[in-house]
Design a binder for this molecule. Sequence first.
Ligand SMILES: Nc1ncnc2c1ncn2[C@@H]1O[C@H](COP(=O)(O)OP(=O)(O)OP(=O)(O)O)[C@@H](O)[C@H]1O
Ligand SMILES: [Mg+2]
Length: 382
Amino acid sequence: MEVRTAELQEVNRSLQQEINDRMLAETALRRSEEQLRLITNALPVLIAYVDEHQYYRFNNKAYEDWLGKSPDNIYGSNIETVWGAECYARMQIYVKLVLRGQAVTYENEITLKNGLPCSVNVTYIPHLDEHKNVIGFFALTSDISDRFAIERMKDEFIAVVSHELRTPLTSMHSALKILATGRLGNLSRDGKQMLEIAYDNTERLLRLVNNVLDLQRIEAGEVQMEKQVCNAAALMIKATESMQPMAQQQGVILAAKPIDIDILVDSDYIVQALTNLLSNAIKFSSTDGTVWLTAERKSDTEVLFSVQDEGQGIPSDKLESIFERFQQMDSSDSRRKGGTGLGLTICRKIIEQHEGKIWAESILGKGSTFSFTLPLLLPSPE
Ligand SMILES: Nc1ncnc2c1ncn2[C@@H]1O[C@H](COP(=O)(O)OP(=O)(O)OP(=O)(O)O)[C@@H](O)[C@H]1O
Ligand SMILES: [Mg+2]
């Protein structure tokens, strides 16, 4: 009997202990949940968890502050319902990618509860189960409209300054040119040399100012490409002829294989893109190197233009970044070769305005090829 009582007391004690442990665990869990909610609610970014069927399973309070929809309201809703069809159309591709297991980051424009637009940076991170199946994703959205506003101000500032610089620079450039002819009196040899330095440098500054202004106008959508039917061969010949003096000066052979094919483009801008690429190819070639300009019909809908050189080449991790503004492979390039780092950015803008693509391929030490596609002008059905 005594043994039995002792046994029962022991069972009772361990039960009590288990109940206490569970209560403690529950309190700890509730506290950690509260803490998590407190943290996610205090952050000025949208935080959410979305399941594999694109339904919200968690939202922080920022959703209420930004969109005027409470987390309770959003819980269980489809993302398309929350953001609306138009905004969802821009998100869709990234939602698909993350549900395929790929982390993605992109920029989007959303509408806040006061009806104002807001630029945001969005990151999706996939949630995988133990078998590596995607069962949902985490979404983090932050406001980047301040950064955008600053970037816009910076661009405007650069544009205004460049614009103000252009007129005086142009007149200095012309004055120096007249002086160099000797029509206004002869200069000593040293004087002529000084004049040449001044002339070369005003030319370089003028090129920078013109490039900055060109780029700013294209980016601001102020430039309308005037597309007309042009013959690819004519554009290729024009670009090659205008670059021939530079090639000769550098001892580089410039070879073009023009093709007789009609394209619908703004000829001035395409010639500008071609000359930018040719000038780079010549600039980064060594003496006796050859630069080829070729074009071929790629498919029924596209023409592919290529500028190939046998120059120093470009490392693979730089092939994309050189298309960004002021990006040069080596900062000494600008000093040694006299460039501004805007040529390729302008080329990309021009080609994009023609619904084409531009990219670079290269083998270090062997040379580089810059290619771009343009839509082919299809013969109209008779
Ligand atoms: N054919 C090439 N071979 C090797 N490097 C190149 C070639 N083309 C471009 N690059 C690299 O890419 C950089 C950017 O080219 P981009 O044309 O934008 O500027 P830039 O030629 O330096 O100046 P700008 O064209 O504005 O006068 C160059 O400075 C160079 O480092
Ligand atoms: Mg260039």
